[in-house]
Structures are given as structure tokens and as C-alpha cells.
Design a protein around this ligand. Structure first.
Ligand code: ZN
Length: 124
């Protein structure tokens, strides 16, 4: 399992439309506009690398107005070693951590493990 970012190059006149289409795809966590060489950055959910490849090939690149897409895979296994703050579940290593809005607990969506209780404001 790996999370990935996809850099999307499209017709700049259709940037907003392309981002809106991408943002509604179930595989996508976030899609945001960029300045410069690419029009959009997309964060893809934790999937197997071949699923991410297939998603980019069959869904992103097939969109009208999309010219190209470049995929960056996160090295999930190394993130902890470099001292980054991560939202990884210590139990099952899933990165699908959700915040329970009712009590502010960080929960693992995969296994239900409570990652941290009572999150402070700046940790959000
Ligand atoms: Zn978990």
C-alpha cells in the first residue's frame, strides 16, 4: 500500500473543470490547483502501486483536456525514519486516519484504532 501524488498537466483554460472532475473520483483524497508547469496536484488514497497506475492511466489521463500526468509515490516505509510527523496507524500502518468530529479523536479508518485522543488545535 502506498499513497501517491499525481501532477496533472491540462489545458489551462479548463483547469477548474478538470480539478472538479478529479476531486469527485473515489480514489482521490484532495485535488488542488497549481501555478507553473502543472495545473493540478492530486493526492491519491492508499492503494497498491498497480491500482494507482491503473487509476492514473484509465481515469486521469482519459479525461478530456488532460495532456499528461506524472505520478509520485510516497515511500511510506521510510516516512517514520526521517522524523516526519505522520498520520500513520501504529497498529496496521494504514494512512487512512480520520478525525472524529464529535470528540476530536484520531481514528484509523482501516482497523478502528484510536491513534490519539483529544487532539490539540494546532495538531489539526
Ligand atoms: Zn489501523
Amino acid at each position: 500500500m502506498s499513497a501517491a501524488f499525481v501532477l496533472v498537466n491540462c489545458d489551462p483554460n479548463y483547469q477548474e473543470l478538470v480539478i472538479k472532475q478529479i476531486a469527485t473520483m473515489p480514489e482521490v483524497t484532495e485535488a488542488a490547483p497549481l501555478y507553473g508547469a502543472y495545473e493540478c496536484i492530486v493526492k491519491v488514497k492508499n492503494l497498491k502501486q498497480n491500482q494507482i497506475r491503473k487509476f492514473v492511466k484509465d481515469k486521469i489521463r482519459k479525461l478530456n483536456k488532460v495532456r499528461s500526468a506524472f505520478t509520485l509515490y510516497l515511500k511510506d516505509d521510510l516516512i517514520g525514519n526521517f522524523g516526519y510527523r505522520t498520520k500513520k496507524c501504529p497498529k496496521c500502518h494504514s494512512m487512512d486516519i480520520i478525525i472524529d468530529k464529535n470528540n476530536g479523536e484520531k481514528l484509523c479508518e482501516e482497523c478502528g484504532f484510536v491513534v490519539s485522543e483529544r487532539l490539540s488545535e494546532n495538531a489539526l
